[in-house]
Design a binder for this molecule. Structure first.
Ligand SMILES: *[C@@H]1O[C@H](CO)[C@@H](O)[C@H](O)[C@H]1NC(C)=O
Length: 301
């Protein structure tokens, strides 16, 4: 509690190399290492996607990192760890996204969600450098300390996420040295089928609504584009009255099944949204390889 609203943020997902998936033979358009995007100083936040399984923890970063720790299913990604630190030095925040469209994940109880908050804290947060106790023996990003997490829960059940976020908040509060962020990425139809309980009952900083693949997307502006519904949620339901609601968009025509609009159109939509709705908190773009290929990231906001 007591957190001011963040200034409008440009948030970009990184790690799935979508452009490489549709251009497997042309490495020149594959997603670049994380730090390359940070060096452009266009985005405020990068979201590493994804942690696709919780028990055991399984990460997937496409071709960027493919080696696991011996005897473990956990990826060992020292290069991404170095890039996280480089990005933070350049002023960007880096979050880890849990879930995604194709993972298999979830909890069977609140206590499992709570316990997982400690696993995340020990694995991706508590710095081993300062000799802190309570850090995990296997850390995919070494001594890099993330800035928070994102929930992109598109499968499984609602069980455990409120407990997870509440417990993470408690753990974050033990380190006042920085402001940790919790983000969530619901689809635009309201209420979200899986994230609504955590949106309503837990303290979330950034709600990055996916305004694509749906009737309520930016491609249906103004008639069915439903930012107003999310703004009303932010002001009347959210327990964080300063929550930021972001306009989530595809970074290119092939980044989503539907919903891409050209940057010039998006700028009109953003200007209108910003002016009408006090909860407006920026733009989220799926994802880096697409957004940079089209030049979209630099024009989105
Ligand atoms: C909301 O933000 C204001 C400053 O912008 C701050 O004074 C206030 O404490 C915040 N409210 C909560 C509940 O965090």
């Amino acid at each position: 509690a007591g957190e001011p609203k963040l200034p409008p943020q440009l948030v970009v997902y990184w790690g799935q190399n979508s452009n490489g998936a549709i251009n497997p033979g042309d490495r020149s358009v594959w997603e670049k290492p994380l730090a390359k995007y940070c060096e452009d100083r266009v985005a405020d936040v990068f979201v590493l996607s994804f942690l696709i399984s919780f028990q055991p923890m399984v990460l997937n970063f496409a071709y960027h990192c493919e080696t696991t720790f011996p005897g473990s299913s956990l990826l060992n990604c020292p290069d991404i760890g170095a890039d996280i630190k480089a990005c933070q030095k350049l002023g960007a925040r880096v979050l880890l996204s849990l879930g995604g469209a194709s993972g298999s994940y979830g909890f069977s109880s609140d206590s499992q969600g709570r316990e997982f908050a400690h696993t995340l804290w020990q694995t991706f947060f508590v710095s081993p450098v300062s000799g802190s106790s309570g850090t995990a023996p296997l850390r995919p990003f070494g001594d890099a300390v993330l800035d928070g997490i994102d929930l992109d829960i598109e499968g499984g059940s609602t069980v455990g996420y409120v407990a997870l976020v509440s417990e993470l908040r408690t753990l974050f509060a033990t380190d006042p040295s920085k402001r940790y962020l919790i983000a969530a990425a619901p689809q635009c139809p309201y209420p979200d089928a899986l994230l609504q309980p955590v949106l309503n009952q837990a303290w979330v900083d950034l709600v990055m609504v996916q305004f694509y693949n749906n009737y309520c997307g930016v491609n249906h502006y103004p008639a069915q584009y439903n930012f107003q519904t999310w703004d009303t949620w932010a002001r009347t339901v959210s327990i964080n009255p300063n929550v930021s609601v972001l306009v989530g968009v595809p970074g290119g025509p092939a980044a989503a099944q539907s919903g891409f609009v050209a940057a010039s159109t998006l700028q009109t939509i953003i200007a209108d949204t910003r002016q009408r709705y006090p909860s407006f908190g920026g733009v989220m773009v799926w994802e880096a390889s697409m957004a940079w290929a089209t030049g979209f990231a630099s024009q989105a906001m």
